[in-house]
Design a protein around this ligand. Structure first.
Ligand code: PMP
Length: 286
């Protein structure tokens, strides 16, 4: 069955969806995106993703082509039309197609391009990796300086995943000035003596929507949280490590650069956070 996607106001079969070759998303990576997960046919933390989307657009002086209510409707319509029970919705907005290729932004009345599509992922919440944990390798962070804006320029994170894969790992943790920034597509955490440590917010990392929710539930459960930089050495000596993202929720990290973290198996803090996070998010899903 062909997937139904959304392009600039229309619901279309994926084979009929078209975007101009002059689109600035294609030519300049001049676009932003969001990924929202779907559990039980409902959207997880839609409000958080919508708020970050507006912030990303604002930081780039990009127009918002739809209201957040309309955006919610489009998400729901795509979930319904594609029968998604568990999976993801990808949303991308670009500065649109100018008449020619030009570094300067096109006139302000140039319509933005908006595209959404679903990815069905049965078993997303019951991922086997959550039981075994993942292995990461550390690499230098060579991305641009505004990582707090969720742009579609994802080449370095893609390279990072390939470096990880070649080393027999699942992902890479990026390091800048001796400290871990984040994973290629997730936020990074360690746990030492019961305290959860994750890098503070700034322009160096993406402000994860899952990060915000996980830290909230951790604090509600009286867990200690420190938002500060940490090194790879500190991570290797930690009791536990884990990552968070909209598509992996809370995922234990059991090995860093070939060295076991703690017992080398998923730890109790990550397991508890995953459970509590999923529980709360399912209840609040819309
Ligand atoms: N950091 C980076 C670099 C990411 O790409 C992502 C996921 N897009 C995250 C963190 C996690 O963000 P979220 O929890 O909002 O998915």
């Amino acid at each position: 069955m062909s997937r139904t996607v959304y392009v600039n106001g229309e619901y279309l079969p994926e084979s009929e969806a078209k975007v101009s070759i002059f689109d600035r998303g294609f030519l300049f990576a001049d676009g932003v995106y969001e990924v929202t997960s779907v559990l039980d046919g409902k959207l997880i933390d839609f409000e958080g993703h919508a708020a970050r989307l507006q912030r990303s657009l604002g930081e780039l002086d990009m127009a918002t082509p739809v209201t957040m209510d309309e955006l919610l409707e489009i998400h729901r319509e795509l979930v319904a039309r594609n029968g998604i029970e568990e999976g993801l919705i990808y949303l991308q907005i670009t500065r649109g197609a100018a008449a020619d290729r030009d570094f300067a932004y096109p006139p302000e009345d140039t319509p933005p391009t908006i595209v959404l599509f679903t990815q069905s992922k049965p078993g997303l919440a019951e991922s086997p990796a959550a039981k075994t944990g993942i292995k990461v390798i550390s690499i230098e962070d060579q991305r641009w300086g505004r990582r707090d804006i969720k742009t579609v320029q994802l080449l370095y994170p893609s390279m990072g995943k390939m470096i990880a894969k070649a080393a027999g790992c699942d992902d890479a943790w990026m390091v800048e000035d001796g400290h871990v920034t984040e994973g290629t597509s997730n936020n990074a955490y360690i746990v030492k003596d019961g305290t959860i440590v994750t890098r503070h917010l700034g322009t160096e990392i993406l402000h994860g929507i899952t990060r915000a929710a996980v830290l909230r539930v951790a604090r509600e459960a009286q867990m200690k949280v420190e938002e500060r930089p940490f090194t790879i050495e500190e991570a290797k000596a930690a009791d536990e490590a884990f990552i968070t993202s909209a598509s992996s929720f809370v995922m234990p990290v059991v090995e860093i650069d070939g060295e076991a973290v703690g017992s080398g198996t998923p730890g109790p803090v990550a397991a508890r956070l995953r459970e509590v996070y999923l529980d709360e998010m399912r209840k609040a899903a819309i």
